[in-house]
Ligand binder design. Structure first.
Ligand SMILES: [Zn+2]
Length: 322
């Protein structure tokens, strides 16, 4: 990964910054980020059963197999992924869960990445929230033209700092991994990181690695290990929480998976054959056999890796010689 991607200039989240970032987007992707009304008020009721609290201001909404982190301030809520693709129910429960702990409106909605299962449903916050994503997610979200998935108001490349109600939240892009636009949310004061789909906690990577970049994924994880300071890891799916050690764990899994598949190929085992799967399984089982979905998804992880390698080699082969 090109280290120049990680300038990480501290960006004050001022109006000037908003304009600067917004102007860098294609005009069709601009939405007003000012003049919003903040009329929506909710009365705190019974604490939602779907909440896990990590600090007096930091909660995970855990519902339908998806996790959405949110942080409460005296000037509004910083929320993440609506995670409500199959209908409005989860987003509505999310809004109710937030309202069960604060009457503050959602001021920022951070998309962890563009995948529809996490990104859909934010339309229930449109009057109060400014939507934020990585730059690479904007066109993908916009092209979906889904009224339930508001297009980001603000996009960034490397790093963005949100300051709200005296609290500071840092968003980082760590390179391509599970998608080309995953970002992580770091809450330094709470030593907590929210990272979706690319650092599962003691669980295998999802199925056949759709949309993934395995080699860059390793570098993305290594960058987090070396640069971000936290104790608690909140992932996008249960189980939760994890710790920083899970970052190295997933990196080592990816490295070991790639190494074992290459070794199986070097032994002459046919791609995706039972013999290859058994050889890789035997190699990884001692370290990772206890992880969730190990037996079920290892063959799919192998299939996905081989597919991605074939696509990459195909693309390289299609490049005309100079
Ligand atoms: Zn995803």
């Amino acid at each position: 990964m090109n280290r120049s991607m990680h300038l990480h200039l501290q960006t004050r989240f001022s109006r000037r910054t908003v304009q600067k970032l917004a102007l860098a987007l294609p005009p069709t992707m601009l939405l007003a980020t000012h003049g919003r009304t903040f009329a929506q008020k909710a009365t705190p009721g019974a604490l939602s059963a779907d909440l896990q609290q990590f600090a007096d201001d930091t909660y995970a909404f855990v519902n339908s197999g998806y996790i959405s982190l949110f942080i409460v301030t005296d000037e509004g809520v910083i929320a993440t992924d609506p995670g409500s693709q199959s209908g409005p129910e989860r987003a509505e429960a999310y809004r109710a869960a937030i309202a069960s702990v604060t009457d503050q409106p959602v001021r920022y909605l951070v998309y962890s990445h563009d995948h529809a299962d996490h990104a859909t449903g934010g339309d229930i916050f449109p009057d109060t929230a400014t939507f934020i994503s990585h730059r690479n997610a904007v066109e993908k979200l916009a092209s979906r033209a889904d009224p339930r998935t508001p297009v980001p108001d603000i996009a960034f490349n490397d790093q963005l700092t949100i300051e709200l109600g005296g609290k500071t939240i840092e968003l980082y892009y760590t390179g391509r991994n599970h998608s080309d636009n995953n970002i992580v949310l770091l809450y330094p004061e709470r030593r907590l990181l929210f990272a979706v789909d690319f650092i599962p906690v003691n669980s295998l990577l999802f199925q056949n690695l759709p949309d993934a970049y395995p080699e860059e994924w390793v570098e993305s994880l290594r960058w987090i290990e070396e640069n971000l300071d936290f104790d608690v890891l909140v992932p996008g799916h249960p189980p939760l929480p994890g710790t920083k050690a899970n970052v190295a764990g997933v990196r080592e899994y990816l490295e070991d998976l790639m190494g074992a598949v290459r070794a199986a190929q070097d032994q002459g085992l046919a791609d995706n054959s039972p013999e290859m799967i058994e050889a890789v399984r035997a190699e990884l089982e001692p370290a990772y056999g206890s992880w969730g979905m190990f037996a079920e998804w290892l063959p799919l992880n192998i299939e996905g890796l081989l597919r991605i390698w074939a696509e990459t080699e195909g693309a390289a082969g299609a490049t005309p010689a100079p």
